[in-house]
Design a protein around this ligand. Structure first.
Ligand code: FAD
Length: 439
């Protein structure tokens, strides 16, 4: 029977909630996912020890996948020169396409020395400790003095990892702006608060307080925030010293290929008011911190290789959507024609890179699906799903479907029980495929 059928690229929270919305509106959903496991960063980003949160989300995602109108194709990467290109998807005559592939590429800042040994991007370390293939099997040596650039929740996760893994003496987190602009949440900071060097924090607060007061910011609010996190902090036995520095942007990673990173040079910033926000402005002053490891935790970029136009680190979202949802655009502007690309929509972190937690990304996926449904009211041919399924399987044979995912989850749960661990994850695709008896 012919029906409207759409391709959703990426099975993270945005793609899964979009698939649910589309399927509930009688559309056949072909959900393509690069990873074998669905879940995206809910599986491979959220801190490993948040077992209950992750297990709850996994259950929710599996119940979405169970919908008969959702067809899951894991282990399929979409993009130029990948398993399946955007053009091939268009040639298969899908009624519409929704890109929910997250923002899973490294955001290179172009700072001198950024590719030195032991200068990493958060994505690499997070993917490694969360067992995402192929990062799970790669080596990321970490020294004793680590500088993290950025002060969001990802910084808090990284600091937590460095504090608890052992072997790290110092972690210094450096912010471009001031204490009033920190982005991490109290609950995440509570995991690292016990290791905060209080004397050092006090003197850093003393240094930045005059500027805060000049801008009408209240340093007591920062103190109250830190003290509350400290009251609820984790009881770690780790001796790692954790410090925070404000008003600095990295300008140079010093070192060489042989010795790797030796220090990080920063320019000192001041802040100016910009409507309801503040903007950092570089001064002539510079500071150098000795460090043998640096991690850039400044967000990530969308993947231009998917085949959509990119502006800096984000897809070129159209400011003039034909199918807006709650005032937001889910469409892409083609820079060559100056028009919206017909039939292609984006949602989740692919729409707003590195923005929001799972709940926000899921809601954005639902809204992106609504935009696509509005489009389908007017456009999009009906096609036979069975033919489409066969065509996709002819392109790649090691496709993972939802029954295989259920089986894989069962095997991983059994392995965890057998090893007496709260969780078990295979570290490579080959291990997953061989556990499923495919290779
Ligand atoms: C380190 C870290 C910790 C976090 N911790 C929390 C937390 O504790 N709580 C919380 O609520 N939120 C947390 N988040 C945020 C949350 O993970 C995101 O909000 C959410 O996962 C984004 O969803 P998404 O679907 O847009 O993208 P993603 O989750 O990134 O999913 C993208 C999906 O697309 C697939 N994909 C990528 N490229 C392709 C391609 N070319 N072809 C096919 N498929 C592709 C990937 O395999 C992936 O499955 C954290 C994020 C990070 C980075």
């Amino acid at each position: 029977m012919n029906q409207k059928a759409v391709a959703v690229i990426g099975a993270g929270p945005a793609g899964l909630f979009a698939a649910k919305m589309l399927a509930e509106n009688n559309v056949d959903v072909f959900l393509f996912n690069r990873d074998i496991h669905p879940g995206g960063l809910a599986e491979y980003g959220i801190y490993p020890e948040k077992y209950r949160l992750k297990a709850g989300l996994r259950k929710q995602f599996m119940s979405i996948l169970a919908h008969e109108k959702i067809h899951y194709f894991g282990n399929i990467e979409v993009g130029e020169g990948k398993d399946l290109s955007l053009r091939q998807l268009q040639e298969l005559n899908f009624s519409g396409i929704l890109v929910t592939a997250g923002a899973q590429k490294i955001k290179r800042l172009g700072i001198e020395g950024e590719t030195l040994p032991r200068v990493y991007h958060a994505w690499e370390i997070v993917s490694n400790y969360n067992s995402l293939p192929p990062y799970a099997q790669m080596e990321f040596p970490i020294g004793r003095k680590v500088v993290i650039i950025g002060v969001g929740n990802v910084m808090a996760d990284l600091a937590r990892y460095l504090i608890t893994r052992g072997g790290v003496d110092e972690v210094l987190a450096v912010a471009r702006r001031g204490p009033a602009e920190i982005k991490f949440h109290e609950t995440e900071f509570a995991h690292i608060a016990q290791n905060l060097d209080h004397d050092d924090f006090e003197s850093e607060m003393e240094r930045v307080t005059p500027l805060m007061q000049k801008l009408g910011q209240d340093p007591n609010e920062t103190w109250a925030f830190i003290e509350k996190a400290c009251e609820n902090c984790d009881d770690t036995s780790s001796k790692t010293n954790f410090r925070l520095r404000f008003l600095k942007s990295p300008i140079h990673f010093n070192g060489d290929e042989e010795k790797g990173l030796q220090s990080v040079e920063f320019v000192e910033n001041t802040l100016v008011k910009d409507n309801h926000s503040t903007t950092s402005v570089a001064t002539a002053l510079k500071t150098i911190f000795e460090a043998d490891t640096a991690i850039l935790a400044v967000g990530s970029s969308v993947d231009g290789e998917i085949g959509l136009p990119v502006r800096r680190f984000e897809f070129a979202i159209s400011p003039y959507p034909d199918f807006p949802q709650d005032g937001n655009s889910y469409e892409i502007l083609d820079p060559d024609t100056g028009k919206n690309i017909p039939g292609i929509f984006v949602a989740g972190w692919s729409r707003l890179a590195s923005y929001g937690l799972v709940g926000i990304s899921g809601k954005d996926g639902t809204r992106g699906a609504r935009a696509l449904l509005d489009y389908l009211q007017i456009h999009g041919e009906e096609i036979e799903s069975e033919k489409l399924i066969k065509a996709v399987r002819d392109i790649k044979h090691t496709v993972i479907d939802k029954d295989m995912i259920s089986k894989l989850l069962q095997i991983e749960e059994q392995n965890a029980k057998h090893l007496g661990q709260p969780e078990f994850k295979f570290k490579s695709n080959v291990e997953m495929l061989s556990a499923l008896g495919i290779v």
